[in-house]
Design a protein around this ligand. Structure first.
Ligand code: HPA
Length: 317
C-alpha cells in the first residue's frame, strides 16, 4: 500500500507498533539505524550474538518490497558489541523500482518512531571526482538533489507536523561531529588500502547509468559522486531531527571524457573490435557495482569504519 503524506504518521505508527510487539525488551528502542547499500548487506553479520531478530520487509505493514537482484529486504535488530541497540536495514527501496518517493523514505519515519537518534546510510556510487579510486570510501558532506529541486521531493504535500517543520533547513544535513569521529576512527583503527574522502553526492533517478555528458554536467555542478539512493532518505531523516552519517563506496569511475567523434582522426584504420574496446572503457555495470560492494563489506563488516564510528557514537549516548 502506498503511504500518502497525510496518513504517513499513522502508517509509520502502525509499522512501529508491529515491530515493537515482536521485539524483546533490549531491542525495542534501537538508538542507531544502519542502511546497507548495494552489495553491502554483509554488514549485517556485524550483529551475530543474541538477542537478534530479523524481519522480511514483506512482513512489516506498509514497508516497500524490493525488486532488484542483489538487494535483500530485511531489518535486523541486535546489540552492537553487546552495548548499543541497533537496527540494520539490509537493502533499500529505490525510486527507479517504481516506488513513490514517500515509499522509499517510509522506513526512516518508522526508525524515528522506534526512537533512533542517529542513522548511518551507506551506498554504492560512481566516482565523478577523478581522485577517487574504485574501493575508496567517501563521507558525504553535502548533496545535489536535482529531482528535489524540481519538486520530486519526499516532503512535498501537507507537512506532517508530528515529524518536523514545514521548511526544514539542510545546510548542515551531514553531522559534522559524526564526520569528525569517523575520520579519527579511520586514522586510528582502519587497516586498509582504501582511502577515506569527503565529498558531495548527486542523486539521480536511474535506473540507467549516466551518459558521459551527464557525468560532466554533474561534475561541473560540484558533485564528487553520483548515485540513485540515499538523498531522499537523508531529507526525511533531517526533517524529523535524526543525525546523519552517510558513506559511499566508490564502485566505479564515471566516464568524463567525451565520446569519440565518428570522424575523429585517432579512429582511422581501427577495426570494430578496437572501437568496441575504446567504448568499453569505464562502462558501468550492475555486477561490477555489486562485486565492489561485496568485497568492501567483507573487509569492513567486523569492525573498521562502522564499528569504530558507532563506538565513538555510543560514548556520547
Ligand atoms: N551512477 C549512478 N549510480 C551508481 C553508479 C553510477 O555510476 N555506481 C553505483 N551506483
Amino acid at each position: 500500500m502506498t503511504p500518502s503524506n497525510n496518513s504517513s504518521f499513522q502508517q509509520a505508527s502502525e509499522a512501529t507498533s508491529f515491530l515493537k510487539d515482536c521485539l524483546p525488551d533490549p531491542l525495542k528502542v534501537p538508538r542507531v539505524a544502519i542502511v546497507c547499500g548495494s552489495g553491502l548487506g554483509g554488514l549485517a553479520s556485524t550483529i551475530q550474538d543474541l538477542p537478534r531478530v530479523e524481519f522480511d520487509y514483506a512482513s512489516i505493514p506498509y514497508f516497500p518490497s524490493l525488486t532488484v537482484a542483489g538487494h535483500a529486504g530485511k531489518l535486523v535488530f541486535g546489540m552492537l558489541e553487546g552495548q548499543v541497540p541497533v537496527v540494520l536495514m539490509v537493502g533499500r527501496a529505490h525510486y527507479y523500482e517504481g516506488h513513490s518517493i514517500d515509499e522509499v523514505t517510509f522506513p526512516i519515519r518508522v526508525f524515528k518512531l522506534l526512537g533512533i537518534d542517529t542513522i548511518i546510510l551507506t551506498n554504492a556510487a560512481g566516482g565523478l571526482n577523478p581522485e577517487y579510486m574504485v574501493g575508496d570510501i567517501v563521507l558525504l558532506n553535502d548533496h545535489i538533489f536535482l529531482a528535489g529541486l524540481a519538486g520530486i521531493h519526499p516532503l512535498r504535500g501537507p507537512n506532517v507536523e508530528e515529524f518536523g517543520l514545514r521548511f526544514p533547513p539542510l545546510s548542515d544535513a551531514y553531522d559534522l561531529e559524526l564526520r569528525r569521529h569517523t575520520h579519527e576512527a579511520w586514522a586510528k583503527g582502519v587497516k586498509t588500502d582504501r582511502k577515506l574522502h569527503e565529498g558531495i553526492y548527486a542523486f539521480v533517478g536511474g535506473p540507467s547509468y549516466e551518459t558521459r555528458a551527464e557525468c560532466r554536467m554533474l561534475r561541473q555542478l560540484g558533485a564528487d559522486l553520483v548515485g540513485m539512493s540515499t538523498v531522499p532518505e537523508i531529507v526525511v531523516a533531517r526533517h524529523c531531527g535524526i543525525r546523519v552519517l552517510a558513506l559511499s563506496l566508490v564502485t566505479n569511475k564515471a566516464v568524463l571524457s567525451p565520446i569519440p567523434r565518428g570522424d575523429d582522426q585517432v579512429l582511422l584504420g581501427k577495426d570494430v573490435g578496437e572501437l568496441e574496446a575504446i567504448l568499453q572503457e569505464g562502462k558501468a555495470n550492475h555486477e561490477e557495482v555489486l562485486e565492489a560492494g561485496r568485497s568492501a563489506a567483507i573487509e569492513m563488516q567486523v569492525g573498521p569504519i562502522l564499528d569504530q564510528s558507532l563506538r565513538a557514537h555510543s560514548d556520547q549516548i
